[in-house]
Design a protein around this ligand. Structure first.
Ligand code: FE2
Length: 375
């Protein structure tokens, strides 16, 4: 056998969309000034950059916040016209952009659009005295977009046009490190078409699947497939609702977000006990599980480094896979609409997503859904 690859094989083995990581997450919100204050106060983000009327941007204001490798942007419209105002009117506050850090934004846009992605933004060079950034974007599920960001020739705080934002109000950080994964909710029977989108258009692989049988039919059901890029730095689970005895939490999301969209952003920490204690003291609200969860959890997951006495009062969940275990907890939605929420996750070897916690978690979610009258 000839052990050299044919040119076709080489072509299919090369990652046509190399991604360095998440560059930023941009939210379209009703009041960016207050959202920025909330994320500083409640989640420990730091002031980084600003663009708005004072910097020559007339139609919007954007606040950039960072915490370790996390970069969140909160953008609000200044007038009732335009796509940002329409987005906020329809969806409430939510994620508009999942931006991906690349070495070559033009190539990322060309490779994805030639495979069928719908263009959101043709490659554009943005410049100021700090250098230049190349950005380009494509549409994904709902009104969510991916923007490719090439910033190797840029030294400014965020993007050209943004000024450094220094504030006299600087709450301490909460140990939040980077985006572990971002989950999208799509409609009935739409999961596989988005799995195919990430496979065909972005070269991702389906690394894990959960079907409705993983979840008891007593509880609201969903199906999920986890899509990952080649180096594993970008993981996008895709959920669709499934039939259960009760209304699926994904359906409730779709009823209020009014389209497909980002359901949760999972953020990594190296010390979930300290991070969650800190976040709770700052007013972040988490889902709780019955204390009976802790009676049997170690029978399921085996030995862990942490003491259950520290995890149980905080409601931190534990799951495991062949490679180790993970600790995770979910916030309540951070808007009045039951839409976007956060997961805080500490991985101790495990590369999975907490399937073993679905049942306990769904019971907790259903209690909240029931209180809203949406079950
Ligand atoms: Fe998650």
């Amino acid at each position: 056998m000839n052990d050299t690859l044919t040119s076709k094989e080489i072509e299919t083995n090369v990652d046509f969309l190399p991604l360095n990581g998440t560059d930023y997450v941009e939210f379209y919100v009703g009041n960016a000034k207050q959202a920025a204050h909330f994320y500083k106060t409640a989640f420990g983000f730091q002031s980084c950059a600003y663009a708005g009327p004072e910097t020559g941007v007339k139609d919007r204001a954007s606040y950039v916040l960072t915490q370790n490798k996390l970069r969140f942007v909160f953008t609000t419209p200044l007038q009732p016209e335009g796509e940002i105002a329409e987005h906020v009117k329809k969806h409430g506050d939510g994620v508009k952009v999942l931006a991906l850090w690349v070495d070559d934004a033009r190539k990322a846009w060309e490779e994805t659009t030639k495979r069928g992605a719908k263009s959101f933004m043709e490659p554009r060079v943005e410049k100021d005295e700090q250098g230049e950034v190349v950005r380009a974007g494509i549409h994904t599920y709902g009104e969510t977009v991916h923007i490719f960001v090439e910033r190797s020739n840029y030294n400014g705080p965020f993007l050209p046009g943004y000024e450094t934002w220094t504030s006299e109000y600087n709450p301490s950080d909460a140990g939040l490190l980077y985006v572990d994964h971002c989950v999208g909710n799509v409609g009935w029977n739409e999961m596989n078409q988005w799995v195919k989108f990430y496979e065909d258009v972005m070269g991702f692989k389906n690394i894990l699947s959960f079907d409705d049988k993983d979840i008891s039919t007593e509880y609201s059901a969903l199906m999920s497939k986890v899509m990952s890029n080649g180096n594993g730095r970008i993981k996008f689970p895709i959920n669709e609702p499934a039939e259960g005895k009760k209304k699926s939490q994904v359906e409730e999301y779709l009823d209020f977000y009014k389209s497909q969209g980002v359901q949760h952003v999972a953020i990594a920490t190296n010390n979930i006990i300290e991070t969650v204690k800190d976040l709770k003291s700052r007013g972040v609200e988490f889902l709780t599980v019955p204390q009976s969860y802790y009676d049997t959890v170690l029978d399921r997951v085996g030995t862990i480094d942490e003491d259950l006495k520290d995890l149980a009062p905080l409601g931190i969940l534990i799951d495991h896979d062949d490679e180790g275990y993970l600790l995770q907890i979910f916030t309540k939605p951070v808007e009045d609409r039951p839409t976007l929420f956060y997961e805080i996750i500490q991985r101790k070897g495990a590369k999975s997503f907490g399937k073993g916690n679905f049942k306990a978690l769904f019971e907790a979610l259903e209690r909240e859904q029931d209180r809203r009258g949406n079950l």
